[in-house]
Design a binder for this molecule. Structure first.
Ligand SMILES: *Cc1c(COP(=O)(O)O)cnc(C)c1O
Ligand SMILES: [Zn+2]
Length: 416
């Protein structure tokens, strides 16, 4: 049974039917999905959720579909791993990695939002899906559209990482590289959505799409034994994920599924594109757009759609925001790989780099629980490491050559 009620303006509260709408006609505020929470509270228990299959649809009452998902039935419930080695390296007691680098099927958290968006688009009668993307959304829309036999149009800045472009083209949809930044791609897509009437997952059906991100938050709480971490660090592009993790935590409290007070939420961006971080640090209400220049291309949104709400969620939780340079991003990607065997994309480097900084600044205490959000896979942003990582030793296929290599490395090994 569906508990989807309708849409509601985040600013003035005007209610709308559950259609493909995203902006309030009265005040131009963004629309958000509303649910029959009273009915959900009566039936949804921890035990009921725990009995369900390990994917994001175990929280289906809190997702905006009227029927069953038509795509992405296996998405979500990625590992939350206790990162002891990383904790020792950072000098903290309790740190976890929520690892969406292994999310199904395209190795980023975007599979959560896309499976909701495409399933909802089908319910509303669309047969073409589209998106404006910084890379991971492109991969996920193309893959999930292919999986359910829908036509897709994907719009990206032309200079994305090669693997992200290839990992979109392979699914056979139409991919369009735009000579411009993501913000220019997004503006064009708003016009195309208006003219062609396709379901742009992150534009005209954004209210439904964005709800998928909540499952990242629900899973963390459940995997911690129905608790919140004291601190959670989240990478920000448009600012949607961090806003929805905060919403997820509030819903779990409201439904009585978690009794904790809440978590402090921290936002992470690259120094080359940190409009939301700037606003938090300056205490500004408005987000000043920037022109992005960073290796963290998946986060390179200069004019973030949910920036205002992201900054608000951070402030209200008692959290903070920080940024890191491209060099710090690479150092953090290596640290995560070397300590925990997790190869995250550049966005993961941003998150860990910022976490390290916040710990050093004393903003995150060393003896309280911390979750870091790894949202994408390092194999997709290999260019960022070009020239920054050692090359393999190359030798002839001769034992004596190997012996020489070991000697040259200076460490002694026992032989027999
Ligand atoms: C899209 C994306 C984010 C954040 O997206 P929001 O627009 O802030 O929701 C974070 N990490 C990765 C890897 C992404 O692709
Ligand atoms: Zn309104």
């Amino acid at each position: 049974m569906s508990h989807l009620k309708g849409l509601k303006c985040r600013e003035c509260g005007k209610e709308y039917p559950k259609e493909a709408l995203h902006v309030c006609e009265l005040c131009f505020g963004p629309l958000e999905v509303s649910y029959e929470y009273d009915r959900i509270r009566e039936t949804l228990t921890r035990e009921a959720i725990e009995k369900r299959a390990p994917n994001m649809w175990r929280y289906r009452e809190l997702l905006p579909l009227e029927g069953d998902p038509s795509v992405g039935a296996q998405v979500g419930f990625t590992p939350l791993l206790r990162a002891g080695n990383l904790g020792r390296a950072l000098g903290v007691d309790e740190i976890y990695i929520k690892n969406d680098a292994v999310n199904f099927p395209t190795l980023s958290f975007k599979d959560r939002v896309v499976s909701v968006a495409i399933s909802r688009a089908r319910e509303m009668g669309f047969d073409i899906v589209a998106c404006a993307s910084t890379g991971n959304l492109a991969n996920s829309v193309a893959a999930n559209a292919a999986a359910c036999g829908m036509e897709s149009f994907v719009f990206i800045p032309f200079d994305l990482e090669q693997t992200k472009i290839l990992g979109t083209l392979v699914y056979g949809g139409c991919v369009v590289g735009i000579k411009g930044t993501y913000d220019e791609v997004n503006r064009l897509c708003s016009e195309i959505a208006g003219k062609y009437g396709w379901a742009f997952v992150n534009i005209n059906i954004r209210p439904y799409y964005a709800e998928g991100s909540k499952t990242y938050g629900y899973e963390i709480a459940e995997q911690l034994g129905w608790r919140f971490p004291r601190h959670i660090v989240v990478p920000m592009a448009g600012g949607s994920l961090i806003t929805k993790i905060s919403k997820a935590f509030k819903e779990l409290q409201m439904l009585g599924l978690v009794k904790d007070a809440g978590a402090r939420v921290y936002g992470a961006q690259a120094a080359g594109c940190s409009p939301i971080v700037n606003a938090v640090k300056e205490g500004a209400e408005l987000i000043r757009p920037v022109r992005p220049n960073t290796i963290a291309k998946s986060l390179a949104i200069g004019n973030p759609a949910d920036g205002y709400y992201a900054a608000k969620a951070i402030r209200e939780s008692g959290g903070w925001a920080e940024n890191v340079t491209d060099e710090e991003i690479i150092d953090a990607m290596k640290l995560l790989a070397e300590t925990e065997g997790v190869f995250a994309e550049t966005a993961g480097g941003v998150t860990l780099g910022v976490t390290k900084k916040l710990i050093e600044q004393g903003r995150i205490p060393r003896n309280e629980s911390i979750v870091i959000s790894v949202t994408g896979n390092g194999l997709k942003t290999q260019e960022a490491l070009a020239g920054k990582i050692n090359q393999p030793a190359v030798i002839n296929a001769r034992l004596s050559d190997f012996d020489d290599l070991i000697k040259a490395n200076g460490k002694a090994y026992a032989t027999r």
